[in-house]
Design a binder for this molecule. Structure first.
Ligand SMILES: CC(C)(COP(=O)(O)OP(=O)(O)OC[C@H]1O[C@@H](n2cnc3c(N)ncnc32)[C@H](O)[C@@H]1OP(=O)(O)O)[C@@H](O)C(=O)NCCC(=O)NCCS
Length: 164
């Protein structure tokens, strides 16, 4: 029995439609509340969303760790780019933890915050949450990492961050 048919009152017509609409609105509000105040960070910025595909799998059928690292590197660069104002390079992956496997069809949300602004570099903390296939609205932290990006000049040498 589908969710819709099992949850609806046993009548038809306008009142059933109204009940379904109200239930849908309540469900959406509940999801939003959980997303904003429950399982997702509210003190970090959403910098990337992406869904891994079968081509991104390892031999176990889980998503290849190197693919996740590449996405984290891209996501991590978003906030430093606002400070660097030009070319930059990843100088260090200070920490990288794969807490849970990532699977095909997961909706991945990457949240980031700046943890250090130095003379030439910016360090960020990135957290990745998965909404599992057929379990949307539930968020599982799958990865977290710390990365440092350096502002570089045309010769690839470190340069001071612009004054903000
Ligand atoms: C990025 C690069 C230009 C930095 O050159 P460098 O000689 O190491 O630079 P410095 O020692 O002057 O350090 C520059 C900044 O990086 C930081 N840094 C250097 N090594 C670091 C490390 N292992 N961990 C964290 N931060 C580091 C320094 O603290 C400094 O930041 P600050 O000025 O804000 O304090 C050089 O290392 C490089 O070209 N690396 C390759 C980058 C690259 O190709 N990345 C893609 C990976 S495929």
């Amino acid at each position: 029995m589908s969710l819709e048919s099992s949850a609806l009152p046993a009548n038809t017509g306008a009142s059933a439609t109204t009940a379904a609409t109200a239930q849908g609105a309540a469900f959406a509000a509940d999801l939003e509340t959980r997303a904003l105040h429950g399982q997702l960070p509210t003190d970090k910025e959403l910098v990337l969303k992406v869904i891994p595909m079968p081509r991104d799998c390892n031999a176990n059928g889980d998503i290849f760790g190197g693919w996740v690292m590449a996405q984290v590197d891209l996501a991590g660069a978003v906030l430093p780019a606002r400070y660097v104002d030009g070319r930059m390079a990843t100088v260090a992956v200070n920490q990288f933890i794969f807490k849970q496997p990532v699977r095909v069809g997961d909706i991945l949300s990457f949240f980031s915050e700046i943890t250090r602004v130095g003379r030439t570099s910016v360090t960020v903390h990135v957290e990745v949450y998965a909404e599992r296939f057929r379990s949307q609205g539930n968020y599982v932290k799958v990865t977290e990492a710390s990365l440092t990006y350096v502002a570089i000049d045309d010769n690839g040498m470190p340069r001071p961050l612009p004054v903000r």
